[in-house]
Write a new protein. Structure first.
Length: 242
C-alpha cells in the first residue's frame, strides 16, 4: 500500500472510532449525570517506505468528568453532586459509582438506584429510611429523617480516570485498585431535590459530528485518489513495457 493511501486509511479508522464515541455521547445527551467520552490523538511511524511517514490514530479514549448543569426537580430523593465526586452503590459484583442521583425508596426501606442497587452510606452499609417520613440531606451528605440522624451518604472521588471504567446504565467500576483508590470527596457538596444533567452539549456534539463527517469524506477522496494514481502508474508501466 502506497504511503498516501495508508495514511488516509489510518485517518479513516481514527475518524470511525471518533464517530462511535460521538454517537454514544449524543445518545446519552439526556441521561442524568452522564460523562462524555473524549479521545487523545497520536501519530506513529509507518512501516511502509523509509519509515518517515506518520499515521494518525486514537491512542486511547478518556472520560470527561466536568460538571453538568444542575436543575431542580422537587423530589426529596433526587440528589446532585456539585464538584468532584461520585455516589457509591452496592452493585451485583461489588461497589459501583455514579453521578446519577435519581434515587428511590425500596419496599424494605433501602435507598436504591433505578436498577435496584442499594445506595451506600458511610462505611459501605446501605442507607435505610422509613417510608413516608420527611428526609433532609445536608451538603456534606448527612441524612436526617423526621429530625433524627439517619446516616451519611458515601461520596467518593478518584485522583483521575485511570483505573476506572464505564459500566452499563451510567455506572463506573474500578478496574485497577492500585491506580484508583476511592477516597472521601473533599470538594463535593450534595444538593437535594436536584439532578445533574449530562455534560454532553447537544450543540457541541452536533458541530463535532459535522466536522468529523467532513474529515471522513476528505479522507475517502484521498483513498480514491491514491487508487487512481496507482492505477495510472501501472498503466504507464504497462505501456512502457510494450
Amino acid at each position: 500500500m502506497d504511503p498516501l493511501t495508508a495514511i488516509a486509511a489510518s485517518g479513516l479508522r481514527a475518524r470511525m472510532e471518533s464517530l462511535d464515541l460521538l454517537a454514544n455521547n449524543v445518545a446519552n445527551a439526556s441521561t442524568g449525570g452522564y460523562k462524555a467520552d473524549r479521545e487523545f490523538y497520536g501519530l506513529y511511524a509507518a512501516a511502509e517506505g523509509d519509515g518517515s511517514s506518520t499515521m494518525p490514530l486514537i491512542e486511547r479514549p478518556w472520560i470527561d468528568l466536568s460538571q453538568g448543569m444542575i436543575h431542580p426537580t422537587g423530589n426529596p430523593l433526587d440528589l446532585a453532586i456539585s464538584g468532584r465526586g461520585f455516589f457509591a452503590v452496592n452493585g451485583p459484583n461489588g461497589p459501583l459509582y455514579t453521578r446519577n442521583g435519581s434515587f428511590r425508596l425500596a419496599p424494605d426501606g433501602r435507598l436504591t438506584t433505578p436498577e435496584g442497587y442499594a445506595v451506600r452510606g458511610a462505611g459501605g452499609a446501605p442507607v435505610v429510611l422509613q417510608s413516608g417520613g420527611s428526609v433532609d440531606i445536608s451538603p456534606d451528605g448527612a441524612i436526617r429523617q423526621n429530625g433524627a440522624d439517619a446516616g451519611r451518604l458515601e461520596i467518593v472521588d478518584f485522583a483521575g480516570t485511570e483505573g476506572i471504567a464505564k459500566q452499563g446504565n451510567n455506572y463506573f467500576r474500578v478496574t485497577d485498585a492500585a491506580a484508583a483508590r476511592p477516597a472521601a470527596a473533599s470538594k463535593a457538596t450534595v444538593e437535594q431535590e436536584r439532578l445533574e444533567a449530562s455534560n454532553t452539549g447537544n450543540a457541541e456534539a452536533a458541530v463535532r459530528l459535522v466536522s468529523v463527517m467532513r474529515q471522513f469524506e476528505m479522507l475517502q477522496r484521498a483513498v480514491a485518489l491514491g487508487g487512481e494514481m496507482n492505477r495510472a502508474a501501472i498503466e504507464q508501466v504497462a505501456k512502457v513495457g510494450n
